[in-house]
Design a protein around this ligand. Structure first.
Ligand code: COA
Length: 333
C-alpha cells in the first residue's frame, strides 16, 4: 500500500499587530462601576486596556494589523493566497470579516473564511487549520486574530467588563521561510462546557427581537470565572505538554511560552504546572487586558519586535476559550 506523507511545513513569514490608542485604566473603570484598581490588579494583573475609537471597527483593527504583518513579511496583499480571521466580534454576521478584509487589503479573489465563536482559542486553532492547508498545497495564508469586545459587552457588568480590551494580531504562514517553523499543533474541544462561558444572544436560539433587547441581556457575557480559571490552567498546560511530546522535546528545551493573556494568575499557574520560570512566560495582560483571539498573535508580534526571541529558540503558543476550545503550538525560531 502506498502511504502518502505530507511534507510541506508551515513557516512564519511575518508578524504584526495593532491596538487602538485610547487607554482605559482600572481607575477609569472605578468611575463607572463598583470596582477598584486593587481588586482588578489582585485578581487579574490587568492595569489598563485599549478601547477602539468610534470610527474604528473590527475590520479596521484587522486591516491595520494585517498591513503591519505584510510589511514585516515583505509581501504585498496580492501575494496572499488565503485569509483566515479568528474573531468572536465580527464586523457583521454576514458576510464574514475575512471577506471584508480581502477587499479592504486589495487581495486577489482568494478564498477567505472566519473562524468564529471559539473565543480566545481561535487564533491558535486557525494555525492548526492553516498548516494543514499548506501541507496539501503551497500557499501563503494571512491569519488574523481580532476582537472589538468593548462594543459587544455589558458595560454595567463589573464581573466581565473589566477583563477585556480591543486589539488585533496577525501572522503570514507560508511553505518556505527562514524565520520560524510551525512544528506541530495540538487542539481540543469540550462542548459540554458551552454554557460556562457564552454570549448567548443573537443566534437562532435567542434571536435579537424587541423582547430580548428590552430584557437588557442581549450583550451579557455569562461566565463562571472560577470554572474557566481551573479549566484554562489545566487545558493550556496539558496541551503544551502534549505538543512537546509530539515533537519529541522536553520542557527544558522551551525558551518561552506565549500564552493567552486572560489573567496573570492563570499564566503563572500554567508556568508552574509546566515547571517553567515566570520570566519564560510572556506577559502583557497588564497593558492590554484580554483581547480574545488577538492576545497570542499580538504578544508574539511584540516579543519578536522587542528582540526577546533568539534564533534557535523553541517557543510554545497556547490558548483557551469559550467552547471550551484549547490549542498549543510549537514554533522553532
Ligand atoms: N470589582 C470588584 N468586585 C468584583 C468584581 C469587580 N470588577 N467582579 C466581581 N466582583 C466580586 C464578586 O461579585 C464577588 O463578590 P461576592 O463574594 O460578594 O459575591 C467577589 O468579587 C469574588 O468574585 P469571584 O468571581 O469569586 O472572584 P474570583 O477570585 O474568582 O475572580 C475572576 C474573578 C473573573 C477574575 C477570575 O475568576 C478569573 O479570572 N477567571 C477567568 C476568567 C477568564 O479568564 N475569562 C476569559 C477566558 S478566555
Amino acid at each position: 500500500m502506498n502511504v502518502f506523507r505530507l511534507r510541506l511545513m508551515a513557516h512564519f513569514l511575518g508578524f504584526g499587530g495593532y491596538v487602538p490608542e485610547q487607554i482605559m485604566t482600572n481607575a477609569d473603570w472605578a468611575q463607572l462601576v463598583d470596582t477598584s484598581d486593587e481588586w482588578i490588579t489582585q485578581r487579574t494583573g490587568i492595569k489598563q486596556r485599549r478601547f477602539a475609537a468610534p470610527d474604528e471597527s473590527t475590520l479596521t483593527l484587522a486591516a491595520n494589523a494585517s498591513r503591519v504583518t505584510l510589511s514585516d513579511a515583505g509581501l504585498d496583499a496580492r501575494d496572499i493566497d488565503e485569509i483566515i480571521v479568528a474573531t468572536d466580534t465580527p464586523e457583521l454576521y454576514t458576510p464574514d470579516t475575512s471577506a471584508l478584509l480581502q477587499e479592504e487589503l486589495g487581495c486577489r479573489n482568494i478564498p477567505t473564511y472566519d473562524l468564529g465563536g471559539s473565543g480566545c482559542a481561535g487564533f491558535v486553532q486557525a494555525l492548526d487549520v492553516a498548516r494543514a492547508r499548506i501541507a496539501f498545497e503551497p500557499r501563503k495564508i494571512l491569519i488574523v486574530g481580532v476582537e472589538l469586545i468593548s462594543r459587544m459587552m455589558d458595560w454595567k457588568d463589573r464581573a466581565t467588563a473589566v477583563l477585556f480590551g480591543d486589539g488585533a494580531g496577525a501572522v503570514v504562514l507560508g511553505p518556505e521561510g527562514s524565520r520560524a517553523r510551525l512544528l506541530d499543533v495540538v487542539s481540543g474541544t469540550e462542548g459540554r462546557y458551552a454554557d460556562i462561558l457564552t454570549l448567548a444572544s443573537g443566534g437562532t436560539r435567542n434571536p435579537f427581537n424587541e423582547l430580548t433587547l428590552a430584557s437588557g441581556d442581549y450583550n451579557r457575557i455569562v461566565m463562571d470565572g472560577r470554572r474557566v480559571f481551573i479549566e484554562a490552567v489545566r487545558r493550556m498546560s496539558e496541551a503544551s505538554a502534549q505538543v512537546l511530546d509530539k515533537i519529541g522535546k522536553k520542557v527544558a528545551d522551551v525558551a518561552m511560552v506565549i500564552p493567552h493573556q486572560a489573567n496573570l494568575r492563570i499564566i503563572e499557574a500554567v508556568g508552574k504546572k509546566l515547571g517553567l520560570s515566570d520570566d519564560q512566560m510572556y506577559v502583557n495582560v497588564h497593558e492590554y487586558g484580554n483581547t480574545g483571539s488577538a492576545t497570542v498573535p499580538f504578544a508574539l508580534h511584540e516579543a519578536v519586535q522587542k528582540g526577546l526571541i533568539a534564533k534557535g529558540d523553541l517557543v510554545l503558543l497556547t490558548a483557551f476559550g469559550a467552547g471550551f476550545h484549547w490549542s498549543a503550538a510549537a514554533v522553532q525560531f
